[in-house]
Design a protein around this ligand. Structure first.
Ligand SMILES: C[S@@+](CC[C@H](N)C(=O)[O-])C[C@H]1O[C@@H](n2cnc3c(N)ncnc32)[C@H](O)[C@@H]1O
Length: 392
């Protein structure tokens, strides 16, 4: 780690996950940009630096000199025509192209990039190949495979596997192989990031509404009364808890869907008496329709299933119940997790903690924006690990 302050730039800066980490390691941010105005406001409030806007409109010449380029960029498919027709740059028209353009102009010593896990396999590996080859061509050493890492590997209760790409300018050195022994992963506890309910000023806003509570109680009753060897690992679709309709041609559906229909039907046939009665009562709950009439139990096989002991989310595919050891990845769209034991949603402060932002961080006062911004952010402690590894 350089003793003197090093300068870095924060592209696609969001609310500054990189900024938090790089500053903590002695860096000074000399430039940031993000196209989203709300993110820019949050960034300025917290760091006293006003980010520029759309990267595609920014001339590399207008960006100050820096030692490290940081970027958590959107994953986009690259042009196949590039390869086929011999274009010298397959990245044109993508935001990765803008990163390359800045690297080419400034030639900083290091670059640290982050992306979704899918980047490693996106477009049958073509996306990673293009990124790797392009960075190499620009004069950087990098590992041949992207490193996949998640906060839950280091005790932070969020499952968020992301790809980290560390680059060192060729005249400076190599990137040391990154070793992480997954067998050493310790169990996480969601309690580590939860606020005391008594410390949440507007707690009522986060509580599960009464009708939703009743709906969850209904689902608990269902799970606790069906006779099964193992709790269903397939999604329970209540509109399929019935006799098969002989006039319906199931072959019109893809095979995975046919399989789930048959499994639901089997569950029904083995529990017909209970389910018929339960369905009559369930249908009286005004929330029992669409996604809320479906359940995905992903919390393992327990003796007495109880959704209130787990974490759950309302997803378009149904109510998804997960084990309560860590949260699923925060996402930009609003599908905020519910902490069963607290009968409430995660608060924005808890989302900040899941992304390892300090409690002094001032999040957007518009709640939907705050959730979105944390859902888009990079985990600060994960960035620290890769920045240390890269700059050591
Ligand atoms: C995955 S998020 C990165 C979040 C950031 N690393 C953080 O910790 O908050 C991607 C960001 O890219 C921004 N973005 C998308 N297109 C952009 C563009 N053309 N110019 C600048 N920023 C852009 C989005 O607004 C979003 O905030």
């Amino acid at each position: 780690m350089p003793k003197k302050k090093y300068k870095y730039i924060d592209l696609f800066a969001g609310i500054g996950g990189f900024h938090q980490a790089m500053d903590a390691l002695g860096g000074k941010c000399v430039f940031a940009c993000d196209i989203d105005e709300d993110c820019r406001k949050t960034y300025e409030v917290n760091y006293g630096l006003k980010p520029a806007g759309d990267i595609t409109k920014i001339d590399a010449h207008d960006i100050p000199e820096h030692d490290v380029l940081c970027a958590g960029f959107p994953c986009q498919a690259f042009s196949k025509a590039g390869k086929r027709l011999g274009f010298d740059d397959e990245t044109k028209g993508t935001l990765f192209f803008d990163i390359c353009r800045i690297l080419e102009y400034h030639k900083p010593k290091y670059a640290l990039l982050e992306n979704v896990r899918n980047l490693a396999s996106h477009d049958h590996g073509n996306t990673w190949r293009v990124i790797h080859d392009r960075l190499e061509k620009l004069g950087y050493n990098l590992l041949s495979e992207p490193v996949i890492f998640s906060p839950h590997y280091i005790g932070i209760p969020q499952h968020r596997e992301r790809v980290y790409i560390m680059c060192v300018r060729k005249d400076i050195g190599e990137v040391a192989p990154f070793e992480f022994d997954k067998r050493k992963i310790k169990p996480c506890s969601i309690e580590d990031i939860l606020q005391n309910d008594s410390d949440i000023p507007n707690i009522e806003e986060y509580r599960v509404p009464k009708e939703m509570e009743q709906l969850i109680d209904l689902w608990n009753e269902f799970l606790q009364n069906i006779k099964v060897d193992k709790l269903p690992g397939f999604p329970i679709w209540t509109d399929r808890l019935c006799e098969l309709n002989k006039n319906e041609d199931l072959s019109q559906y893809p095979s995975w869907k046919q399989n789930f229909i048959h499994k639901n039907n089997e569950l029904y046939r083995n529990n017909k008496k209970f389910i018929d009665k339960w369905l009559v009562r369930a249908k009286k709950n005004p929330l029992f329709f669409g996604a809320k009439a479906k359940l995905e139990w992903q919390a393992g096989n327990v003796d007495i299933p109880n959704i209130w002991n787990q974490i759950f989310q309302l997803r378009p595919s149904g109510i998804r119940v997960k084990m309560n050891s860590f949260f699923p990845a925060l996402v930009a769209i609003v599908q905020t997790s519910i902490i069963g034991s607290r009968r409430r949603y995660l608060t924005p402060r808890e989302c900040a903690r899941l992304q390892s932002f300090p409690d002094t961080f001032k999040y957007d006062i518009k709640q939907a924006q705050a959730y979105k911004q944390f859902g888009n952010a990079v985990n600060v402690d994960c960035v620290k690990i890769f920045a240390k590894h890269l700059l050591k």
